[in-house]
Write a new protein. Structure first.
Length: 270
């Protein structure tokens, strides 16, 4: 029995999961005040997320990890990261093409490292183990919520219930992590610059992600195992943003990484 399976959703919480799914399908956003206080703890929030995922009826292609910096944790009154399950079809190889109207609701733009498991990952894996058991790539993650006017005011438990406001993840070329980084510490020294229509928007460094993105992956693997889940071979995680996210708008978005990651591109139409 996992932490989430121990939670029986009450009628209001079941209605919340159903409402999230309806908004996901219709692109008609929920109002925050209507669902404030329905979920008040982590286990119930993850149980609502599990129900939301179940209603989608689609395979989980991987995960996103959020709140991986002190700044973002403070924004959402949290002292730890949180994760969201992502459907397989929402992981897109770069260059990706998205329609704001048809595919999104209120998306942001985040720049991250993605890790894909070569074999099943376990809580007993050290960061050194994870270095050898994964591939790595640059990602442009596009968080999106089923709530109107959600950023940065959506409460943490509703963020968790809403699959950590998962939208889409565009990913670049994948390479064995232990070929890109000679040591675990090297994963903390990746720099990126984000551009929109050729103009620089912001820049950041991978050390913003819990000090090292491999630490974010290790946290996720442990959290999943605690809940009776497994980070399975083939699944991908976008591990946490290097910078505070701007809003996604129409145009060409490019994340230009160093360390041989190249450029990840998302072209966005209205």
């Amino acid at each position: 029995m996992t932490a989430n399976q121990n939670v029986t959703l009450n009628d209001k919480q079941e209605a919340f999961a159903q409402a999230l799914f309806k908004a996901y399908q219709s692109k008609q956003p929920l109002t925050m005040d209507d669902w404030d206080g329905v979920v008040n703890d982590d286990d119930t929030a993850y149980a609502v997320q599990d129900r939301f995922v179940e209603l989608k009826g689609l395979p989980t292609g991987g995960y996103k990890v959020s709140l991986t910096s002190k700044k973002t944790q403070d924004m959402f009154d949290s002292d730890s990261p949180l994760y969201g399950q992502q459907v397989d079809a929402h992981f897109l190889p770069s260059p990706a093409l998205l329609s704001l109207k048809e595919q999104t609701m209120a998306p942001l733009v985040e720049v991250e490292l993605g890790f894909r498991a070569k074999t099943d990952l376990h809580a007993s894996d050290s960061m050194e183990d994870l270095l050898h058991k994964t591939t790595v790539c640059g990602t442009l993650e596009l968080p999106d919520s089923r709530f109107a006017d959600w950023f940065p005011d959506l409460n943490k438990f509703n963020v968790m219930s809403d699959c950590a406001v998962g939208g889409y993840v565009a990913y670049g070329q994948e390479r064995p992590t232990d070929e890109v980084f000679k040591t675990v510490e090297d994963a903390a020294n990746v720099n990126v610059t984000l551009y929109h229509d050729g103009k620089e928007v912001d820049s950041g460094k991978s050390s913003e992600v819990l000090g090292n993105p491999l630490k974010s992956l290790q946290w996720l693997v442990g959290k999943l195992e605690e809940q009776g889940k497994t980070f399975r071979a083939g699944q991908l995680v976008s591990s946490g943003t290097f910078l505070l996210p701007p809003h996604l708008t129409a145009g060409k978005w490019e994340a230009k990484f160093d360390n041989g990651f190249g450029t990840v591109i998302v072209k966005v139409t209205d």
